[in-house]
Write a protein that binds this ligand. Structure first.
Ligand code: C2E
Ligand code: MG
Ligand code: MG
Length: 703
C-alpha cells in the first residue's frame, strides 16, 4: 500500500497504483519495502496486516517462504540471488525474470532502479499465459507434423492433385499435377487463381474442349458450381487424362488428375489381341462373328451380303514337310494376298489354322461374290516363294449369300462352310455357292466319316472277290478283293462313296492293311494257284513303310508274293514321287505283280505306262460300256492292248457284261476279262467252290 501521505497527490498516486494491472513494490537502496499495491499482496498471498513500511527484504522473503512461495529454493538462496540481482542492476529496465510461487503459479518480475527512490519492481502472474502458449506451441508442432505427413502423401501419390478454396485460389498442388500439365512454377504457387491455370491449359492445348477459351473456362466453372462429384476423361493429342472433381464442404474443391494414356493403350492392345489373330493381325473369329452380327440389321433391310469361307489347299502338307516356321510365313503371305482382294467395307478374318473368312458387304448380285472368289482362287494359285522354297498351294472358297441363303450369322456361316466343303470335294482350287441340298449331302458325308471310324471294330467290313478270267487259259487266273461295308443302320454303302472319304480322312491306311491281310489269308486257302488282286490307294503310299507292311503280311499269311497283284491307279503316278516308284520297284522285285487299274480314265497319259514296268493294264470299264455307242472306244481298246503287247504288259478288260463285249476284246488280243458276264464279286465262302469247279475247265461263258 502506498505510504499514506495526506495530500491530494498522494491519494492520486494511491489510486493509480491500485489500478495498474500488475503487482507493484518499491525497495529502497537498503532493501526496505517502501511502497506496494494490493495486486502485489494478492500475487504473493501476503496478508495485509503482516505488511509494514520499511520491512526488510529478509522479513518479506521469510514471510513469502512461509506462504509456500519459491519452493525451488531456500529463503537464503533466494535472498542472496535477489539482492545480487538488484544490486547489479542500477541501470535501465531489468530483463524479465520468473519466480515460482505456491500452487504452481509463475510470476514474471521486472525492475528498474531510480536513484532517488530505489528499485521499482513489477510482478505479473503469467501462469495462464504460459499454459496457453504451451498449448499453442503443441498445436503448432502437431500441425507441422500433420503438414509434413500431408505433404508426403500429396507428393508421393502418382496422381496429380490440387486443392482450391471457395474463391478458386490454389491452396495446394503436388508435383505430379504440375508435371501432367507441364505447369510453370508461377502457376503452382498457392494463391494462384484457377482461371489463370485454365487459361494456360487452354493456350497450350492441354484440354479436350472443341469450343473457345471462354467456353472451356465456363465449362469448368459449371462443374464447380454444380458442387457434385464429377469424372471426366480428357483426350488431347495422344494423351488421355482422367480428371475427378471432389467438392469440399467449405466451397472449395479437390481435383485429381491421372494420366491413363498408357493404361488405355494397354487396354486397347489387350482388346486388339482378344479380337485379332496374332500371326496375321487379321480380325479373329470373335471379331468376325461380331461384324456379321452387326450386319444382320442391314440384311433384314434387304441389303445383299456375301460370306466367303476360304480354306487353303494342301497347307497341312506344307506345314508337315517344311515346318511350322515356313507354314507361318506362308499364312502371312497368303493373308496379305487375300487382303488385296478386299474393299474397305469388307471384313477379312482368320478363323484359325488355314481357314479364313470374308464378309462382303454390300454386294449387288451374287455374281459379285463369284468375281471376288475367282480372284481369290487365282491369286492363291500362283506359287509362294518362302525362304527359297517355291510353294504351290491354292484356295477353295464356299459362298453363302444373304438373305437368300440365310439371314442370321449362324446359318450363313454354316452354309458358306458347306459350300466350301463341296468346293474341296470337287478337287479344290475352286469356289462353290451354297445350294439347298448340300445340307443333306454333307450330313451323309459326316455320317459316313463317323461310321467308317467304327466300322472295323464293329465288323461291318468284309472283303468279296471278283474273278478275272484268263482268255487263253480259260479259267480264273485271279480274284480281285473288293471291300464291302454294311452299315449297322444304313445297310450297304458303296465303295465309290466311302473309299474317297476313307482316303481323305486317312482311314484308308488301316482299312487297306486289313483288306490286304484278309485277301492274303483267303487266297492261301484257295484250291488253285489263282492270284489275288488288292487295290492300293495313293494315300497308302504316303506311308514310308508300305513295303515292309506288305512284306510282313505275306510272311504272316504264308502267301507267296507271286500270287499277289497290287492294283494302283494313274493318280498315284501323278505326283511322280521318287519314293513311290522306289516302293513299286521293291514290291515288284520280290515277285509281286503291279497292275495299272482303271486305265484310260482321268489323266489318261500313255507316258505313265513308261514310268514303271507294269505287269498288267486294266482297261477301265467305261470303254466297255461305250463300245457299241462310241466308235473311238474300240480304237482306244485296240491301241491299249497293242501297247500292252509291245511293252510286255498283260491286258485285262474290266466290266465285260455282254457276249459282244467279250468278242470284241478277245479279237483285239486281250489277255484277261473281268465282269458280270462271268461273275459278280463273290462272298469269300463262295470262292473255293468256284475255283474247285474251275479246275475242270467248264466256264459259264460262251466260247
Ligand atoms: P475297281 O478297282 O475298278 O473295281 C472294280 C469295280 O468294278 C468293282 O466295283 C466291281 O464290282 C465293278 N464291276 C466288276 N464287273 C463289273 C461289270 O461287269 N459291270 C459293272 N458295272 N461293274 C463291274 P466296286 O466293288 O463297287 O468298287 C469300286 C471301286 O472301289 C473299285 O474299283 C476300287 O477302286 C475301289 N475299291 C474297292 N475295294 C477297295 C479296296 O479294298 N481298297 C481300295 N483302295 N479301293 C477299293
Ligand atoms: Mg481294282
Ligand atoms: Mg478298276
Amino acid at each position: 500500500m502506498a505510504e499514506a501521505g495526506h495530500s491530494d497527490s498522494a491519494l492520486l498516486l494511491d489510486a493509480a497504483l491500485e489500478n495498474i494491472p500488475y503487482g507493484f513494490c518499491v525497495w529502497s537502496s537498503e532493501f526496505r519495502l517502501i511502497m506496494w499495491n494490493r495486486h502485489y499482496l494478492d500475487i504473493y498471498g501476503f496478508p495485509v496486516e503482516r505488511m509494514r513500511k520499511n520491512m526488510t527484504l529478509e522479513d518479506v522473503v521469510k514471510l513469502s517462504a512461509d506462504l509456500g512461495n519459491h519452493p525451488d529454493q531456500t529463503p537464503q538462496q533466494f535472498l542472496t540471488a535477489y539482492k545480487k540481482e538488484l544490486r547489479n542492476n542500477r541501470g535501465g529496465m531489468r530483463a524479465k525474470a520468473r519466480e515460482l510461487l505456491a500452487g504452481g503459479r509463475t510470476i514474471e518480475t521486472a525492475h528498474v532502479y531510480s536513484p532517488g527512490l530505489g528499485w521499482v519492481v513489477t510482478h505479473e502472474d503469467v501462469t495462464e499465459e504460459i499454459a496457453s502458449t504451451e498449448i499453442v506451441q503443441k498445436r503448432k508442432r502437431e500441425l507441422e507434423r500433420q503438414n509434413i505427413r500431408l505433404d508426403a502423401a500429396v507428393n508421393n501419390i502418382s496422381q496429380g492433385l490440387c486443392m482450391f478454396d471457395a474463391k478458386e485460389r490454389l491452396v495446394i498442388c503436388n508435383a505430379p499435377y504440375a508435371r501432367i500439365y507441364s505447369l510453370p512454377e508461377r502457376l503452382v504457387k498457392p494463391g494462384t487463381q484457377l482461371d489463370e491455370i485454365l487459361g494456360y491449359l487452354f493456350d497450350t492445348g492441354m484440354h479436350a474442349s472443341s469450343g473457345s477459351r471462354d467456353e472451356y473456362i465456363a465449362w469448368r466453372h459449371e462443374v464447380i458450381t454444380r458442387g457434385d462429384y464429377d469424372k471426366t476423361i480428357l483426350e488431347f493429342g495422344t494423351r488421355i487424362i482422367l480428371m475427378q472433381h471432389h467438392p469440399m464442404k467449405d466451397g472449395g474443391f479437390v481435383s485429381t488428375h491421372e494420366d491413363i494414356t498408357e493404361q488405355r493403350q494397354q487396354e486397347a492392345r489387350i482388346q486388339h489381341l482378344a479380337r485379332h489373330d496374332a500371326l496375321t493381325e487379321l480380325p479373329n473369329r470373335i471379331q468376325f462373328l461380331e461384324e456379321m452380327a452387326n450386319s444382320e440389321a442391314s440384311i433384314e433391310r434387304g441389303e445383299k451380303t456375301a460370306v466367303l469361307c476360304i480354306d487353303l489347299d494342301h497347307f497341312k502338307s506344307v506345314n508337315d514337310t517344311l515346318g511350322h516356321a515356313i507354314g507361318d510365313k506362308l499364312l502371312k503371305q497368303a493373308s496379305a494376298r487375300l487382303w488385296g482382294t478386299t474393299r474397305e467395307t469388307d471384313v477379312l478374318a482368320r478363323l484359325g489354322g488355314d481357314e479364313f473368312s470374308l464378309l462382303l458387304r454390300p454386294i449387288e448380285r451374287p455374281g459379285d461374290a463369284a468375281t471376288i472368289a475367282e480372284r481369290i482362287v487365282k491369286t492363291m494359285s500362283s506359287p509362294f516363294i518362302i525362304d527359297g522354297h517355291q510353294i504351290a498351294i491354292g484356295a477353295s472358297v464356299g459362298i453363302a449369300i444373304a438373305p437368300q441363303d440365310g439371314a442370321s450369322t449362324d446359318v450363313l456361316m454354316k452354309n458358306a462352310d458347306m459350300a466350301l466343303y463341296r468346293a474341296k470335294s470337287e478337287g479344290r482350287s475352286t469356289y462353290h455357292f451354297f445350294e439347298k441340298d448340300m445340307d443333306a449331302a454333307i450330313q451323309k458325308r459326316r455320317m459316313i466319316e463317323a461310321g467308317l471310324r467304327a466300322a472295323l471294330q464293329l465288323h461291318e467290313l468284309r472283303v468279296v472277290f471278283q474273278p478275272l478270267v484268263g482268255l487263253k487259259e480259260n479259267r480264273v487266273t485271279c480274284l480281285e478283293a473288293l471291300l464291302r461295308w454294311t452299315h449297322g443302320e444304313r445297310g450297304n454303302i458303296s465303295p465309290a462313296e466311302f473309299i474317297p472319304i476313307a482316303e481323305e480322312t486317312g482311314l484308308i491306311v488301316p482299312i487297306g492293311e486289313w483288306v490286304l491281310r484278309e485277301a492274303c489269308k483267303a487266297a492261301v486257302g484257295w484250291p488253285t494257284e489263282a492270284r489275288v488282286a488288292v487295290n492300293l490307294s495313293p494315300v497308302q503310299f504316303k506311308n514310308k513303310r508300305l513295303f515292309e507292311t506288305v512284306h510282313a503280311i505275306l510272311a504272316e499269311t504264308g502267301l507267296p508274293p507271286t500270287r499277289l497283284e497290287l492294283e494302283i491307279t494313274e493318280s498315284l503316278l501323278l505326283n511322280d514321287s521318287e519314293q513311290t516308284l522306289q516302293t513299286l520297284h521293291r514290291l515288284r522285285a520280290i515277285g509281286i505283280r503291279i497292275s495299272m487299274d482303271d486305265f484310260g480314265t482321268g489323266y489318261s497319259s500313255l507316258s505313265y505306262l513308261r514310268s514303271f514296268p507294269f505287269d498288267k493294264i486294266k482297261i477301265d470299264r467305261s470303254f466297255m460300256r461305250d463300245l457299241e455307242s462310241r466308235g473311238d472306244s474300240l480304237a482306244i481298246i485296240k491301241a491299249v492292248i497293242g501297247l500292252g503287247h509291245s511293252l510286255g504288259m498283260s491286258t485285262t478288260a474290266e466290266g465285260v457284261e455282254t457276249e459282244e463285249q467279250l468278242k470284241a476284246v478277245r479279237e483285239q488280243g486281250c489277255n484277261e476279262v473281268q465282269g458280270f458276264l462271268f461273275s459278280p464279286p463273290l462272298e469269300a465262302g463262295q470262292v473255293a467252290a468256284l475255283l474247285a469247279a474251275d479246275q475242270k475247265p467248264q466256264l459259264r461263258r460262251a466260247s
